[in-house]
Each structure stands twice: as structure tokens, then as C-alpha cells.
Write a new protein. Sequence first.
Length: 218
Amino acid sequence: MSIPADSRPDDVVWPRAEWPPPHELIGEHVTLTQFVPADAPELYAALHHDACWDHIAGRPSTAEEYAATLAQAPQAGRWPWIVRQAGRLGRADGEPHGQAGRVVGTTSYLDVSLPDARLEIGYTAYTPSVWATEVNPECKLLLIGWAVDHGFGRVQFKTDIRNRRSQGAIAGLGATYEGVLRRYQRRADGTVRDTVMFSVTAEEWPGVRERLRARLAR
């Protein structure tokens, strides 16, 4: 086994990260708002597709169940966002779809460690009609951007090793692949998954940000 080198031998004292995030983050294509129970019916309807839950445990059976789960999420260290369209989006094939203001998915901040200035973005799910559109890149631009601007030095992402689409999407953002956490987490079917880890550090963020902006400009 090779011993890894210190990638930041001249590191300086890092400031404490700021928290909590604002209620709303606004982009050109999407608006993120922190979840309130009134959002649950529209979110439940948007994600009422088997494909949305292929690799996410805890699929709710009713909108009321979903509302209760998301309302309790902060007690478990998770801060859910509702993703709404801020404009009329186009699919990857060039065809238009959707209406401005409709709920198209959810994502969350979690595993927030203020002393260590790190957090995770996860529990991300979008209605299939906005896959491969501007939605995910701009969500990540807003969420990573807020985190780095407020003192977080590391933003991480985890996904099921079987979720090839998610791995491709995370890598496509410019996040760095860090390896596989073996037998890490139980799936909804009772099996235990290997988890793939990615991250973006504050030092990498300027390059990742420009990559995301370029994707949105296209």
C-alpha cells in the first residue's frame, strides 16, 4: 500500500463555516426553497415514478407520509429543498416541456459539520421529464456556491455503485471521484450497497463553477 502525500502541506487555519442557509436560492432556471409541509402534495406527484426511487430508500406511500418525513428531516441533520422551475426548460433533445413554477424535485443538505467546514448534498430526485436538462447543473451551482461562499471547504456527494446515471451526473459536474465505501448502506430491498464517493473542495470550486456556467450557457 502506498502512503498518500499531503495535498495541502502549506494549509492555513480555515474559518468556521456559517449556518443556516437562507430560505431561498434563486437561479435563472430553478428556484430552491426550504421545504414546508404545504409543498408535499406537489412534490409527491412530481416524484410518483418508479424510476425516481430505483436507488433511493424510503419511498412514501402518500403525500401525508412524505410531508411528515420531510418535516422531521432537520432533526436527523438533513435540510430538504424543493426545486421549482424558474422558467420554461428544454429537454436534452431540444423539445420544450413544463411550466414555470412547478415543483420538479427535491435535494438536501446533510451531514453538516460546522467545525470541520464540510457538508453533503444528497437525497436528490427529479421528475424524469427534467433529467438531462438545466435543472441539476443549476441546483448544484446554487448549492455548492452558497456552501463555499459561506465557509465550507468541502462539499461531498455519495451514490449507489449500481446507480450509473447518478455517477455520470456527479462526475459531469466536475466533482472528484474519491473511491468506494464498501458495504456502506442498506437499500430499500434489504441488500447492503457499496457507495461511491465524490467531492468538490473550495480550491476546486472556481474551475467547477466555470464548468457549470458553461454547461448552462449551452
